[in-house]
Design a protein around this ligand. Structure first.
Ligand SMILES: Nc1ncnc2c1ncn2[C@@H]1O[C@H](COP(=O)(O)OP(=O)(O)OP(=O)(O)O)[C@@H](O)[C@H]1O
Length: 307
């Protein structure tokens, strides 16, 4: 849906984005991650054409990115922008008018969303009286009213309670399943794991890693397995393998590969131990994020070419 090729951006002679390539396909939730000041918001502003790059090219749906494409984009910036004196209904109608949408179309489209976000009761309230999370949900509805093909969300979950977060996740996945490309910047790694199909990790304007969540996690596996047994393992077994930790009959063991894992299992079973659980642990996105940023390691092939 949108591609960045060799994009650079500087402010006052300071390079904020080094040549950056991104490729966000339709029907994908793309997580733009990175520590504070990494260049995420700058990238989102470039994607929504609020600012223009110093160099490089942007393509929207295969065409050179131009002003006329902007109406196919929905952008929810981190700093929220609603008219505080307007009621929720008037705000929605105002945005609809700006987008040239018919009132009936808007009513049909918003009914489901107002219900999903539990907003029916605040329709006549002025925005200034809404809580932070509630106004955020209103702004989200305003952002998707015109059915954008590309949806750009900067920290969409900040300030939302767990129920509202779940409703937003549900709607994001619904849009994705209908072919929308969604780029979201977030510091919430738990949400990255549940909703992102692909992630890109930026640090100081440089892409450190890009890939599908499943592939990224597979790449960073450490070969640690969790084992739960019905009784204590014999000393001979404990001496034969590298056990990382033990808590009663729960063990963490380091094994080189699947082959060593099956030999290990056979060893245990032949000792008449009953295995209640045996799984390879996967690092969390949080672990991976911290690891890459601390070591400042750039991962190129094969992770950059996974999708
Ligand atoms: N208009 C601007 N003028 C000068 N410097 C800017 C401007 N906008 C951003 N920067 C600088 O660019 C760098 C990247 O900022 P950006 O807001 O893109 O980071 P971010 O990854 O979104 O950070 P955060 O997670 O803290 O929101 C920062 O050092 C910031 O100070």
């Amino acid at each position: 849906m949108i591609q960045l090729e060799g994009i650079t951006k500087s402010y006052n002679g300071r390079s904020i984005l080094k040549p950056l390539n991104l490729d966000v396909p339709a029907g994908c939730v793309y997580g733009l991650l990175g520590p504070n000041g990494a260049g995420k918001t700058t990238t989102l502003r470039l994607l929504s054409r609020i600012i223009l790059p110093d160099a490089g090219a942007i393509y929207f749906n295969g065409e050179k990115y131009q002003e006329r494409h902007v109406k196919q984009i929905g952008y929810m910036p981190e700093e929220r922008g609603l008219y505080k004196e307007m009621s929720v209904q008037d705000q929605i109608n105002y945005i609809a008018d700006l987008q040239g949408l018919k009132r009936r179309e808007v009513t049909n489209r918003t009914a489901r969303l107002l219900n999903l976000f539990n907003l029916e009761g605040v329709l006549n309230q002025p925005i200034k009286r809404l809580s932070k999370g509630t106004s955020q949900k209103v702004q989200f509805i305003c952002t998707i009213l015109h059915q954008p093909k590309l949806l750009i969300l900067d920290e969409p979950f900040s300030g939302l309670d767990p129920v509202s977060s779940q409703a937003l996740e549900k709607e994001i996945l619904h849009l994705r399943d209908n072919g929308v490309a969604i780029i979201l910047s977030t510091h919430r790694m738990d949400q990255v794991e549940t909703i992102c199909d692909k992630v890109c990790l930026l640090n100081q304007g440089v892409k450190m890693l890009e890939g599908k969540i499943s592939e990224v996690k597979a790449h960073f596996k450490t070969g640690t397995y969790e084992l739960t047994t019905n009784r204590t393992l014999d000393d001979s077994l404990l001496a034969k393998y590298i056990f990382v930790s033990r808590d009663k009959n729960n063990y963490r063991v380091s094994l080189q590969d699947n082959k060593e894992a099956s030999v290990f299992l056979q060893d245990i079973l032949s000792d008449n131990v009953s295995v209640q659980r045996f799984v390879e642990t996967s690092p969390t996105m949080n672990d991976i994020f911290i690891n890459i940023i601390k070591n400042n390691t750039i991962f190129s092939h094969p992770l950059n070419n996974l999708v």
